[in-house]
Each structure stands twice: as structure tokens, then as C-alpha cells.
Design a protein around this ligand. Structure first.
Ligand code: SF4
Ligand code: SF4
Length: 168
């Protein structure tokens, strides 16, 4: 369900930043079915992934209006680890602008005590944000996981490893 008064309207940014498996559409590239700023040309036949997708701005009114993806150039989603912030590759520094950078830092501070991560994704590159540092993780594949080294609740290092290695 969408937050009161919220609609995608002129926003189509998820059709660019998200990967759509059913269409073999990579992340950070426009879907061939998208009319940017207008909508989906195959709306009634769009894939299940698209039907079930909502960004955080659309469903959570706690995220203020300035986070609307078409304005902020940032699409927020949740993962089992925390918050993912996908940046329009045409505006790779959008997340560094204020008020976004400051709010991301606030979430990183509370995330550290709640054991939740805040990850910024630009193209295929991921950056883990902590209150004190940015950990550039490079390209993280779908079969890879971020491993944090903690000192209490403080993140002191972050690396990437194969998910299969963690199961051993
Ligand atoms: S990014 Fe969010 S607001 Fe924009 S089109 Fe997608 S679901 Fe709608
Ligand atoms: S099929 Fe439609 S809703 Fe899905 S990514 Fe493409 S344009 Fe967007």
C-alpha cells in the first residue's frame, strides 16, 4: 500500500536503477519498455517483479517529500541487512548532496546500534556508510555478501566474500 497522497506520477527511476531478472534487464540501464518520466509502455503486462515493487518513498511517509526519486535521483529499498540507496548513474554524486548526505549519516548512526547497514549503490559499485567512514566495496556480485568487522557495535572494517564461503 502506498503512503497517503503518494503516487509515482512523473517518476520512473526504478525502471532505470533496478535490475529486472524476468527481462534480463541490468541495473543502471533504462528498461526498453519505459517511457522515462511518463511510465511503463507494457503496464498491464509488466513482469511480476515490477508489479510487486515499491520504493521506500512510495510506501513510507516518514521519508519526506524531498526524497521522491525523480527529484532526489535516489531510489531507496530495504534488504534483510538494512537500507539500500540506488543512485541514478547520471547523477552519481546525488547521495553526497544535502540534505541527503546528512540524513544518510543519521541513519548510519542509528543503523550501527540496530545492526542495520546503509549501502549506497552507484552502477555496480557499493559503498557501506558508517557514522565515521565510507567503505568502498567495489563491484559486489549477487552471489557475494558484505562482511563487517565489529568492535562492539562500531564497524571497523568491511569486506566482500562469496555467500557460499560463509555457509562453510
Ligand atoms: S522509484 Fe518509487 S516513486 Fe519512482 S516510479 Fe519507482 S516506485 Fe514509483
Ligand atoms: S517493464 Fe515496465 S515497470 Fe517494469 S522496468 Fe520496464 S518499464 Fe518499468
Amino acid at each position: 500500500m502506498t503512503a497517503a497522497g503518494r503516487q509515482c506520477g512523473d517518476c520512473t527511476l526504478c525502471c532505470k536503477v533496478m535490475a529486472i531478472e524476468e527481462l534480463a534487464k541490468p541495473a543502471s540501464a533504462w528498461c526498453p519498455h519505459c517511457a522515462p518520466g511518463r511510465g511503463c509502455r507494457i503496464y498491464s503486462n509488466r513482469p511480476t517483479e515490477c508489479r510487486s515493487f515499491s520504493c521506500v518513498w512510495l510506501v513510507n511517509e516518514l521519508l519526506e517529500e524531498h526524497w521522491k526519486p525523480s527529484r532526489s535521483k535516489l531510489v531507496l529499498t530495504t534488504s534483510e541487512d538494512g537500507l539500500e540507496v540506488r543512485c541514478d548513474p547520471g547523477f552519481p554524486d546525488a547521495w553526497r548532496r544535502e540534505p541527503f548526505r546528512g540524513e544518510l549519516r543519521e541513519w548510519a548512526i542509528s543503523g550501527e546500534t540496530l545492526d542495520m547497514t546503509v549501502v549506497v549503490i552507484v552502477g555496480q559499485r557499493m559503498t557501506l556508510l558508517t557514522p565515521e567512514r565510507e567503505f568502498d566495496l567495489g563491484i559486489v556480485g549477487p552471489d557475494e555478501r558484505i562482511v563487517r568487522e565489529l568492535d562492539g557495535t562500531r564497524v571497523v572494517n568491511a569486506t566482500v566474500t562469496k555467500a557460499s564461503d560463509l555457509e562453510q
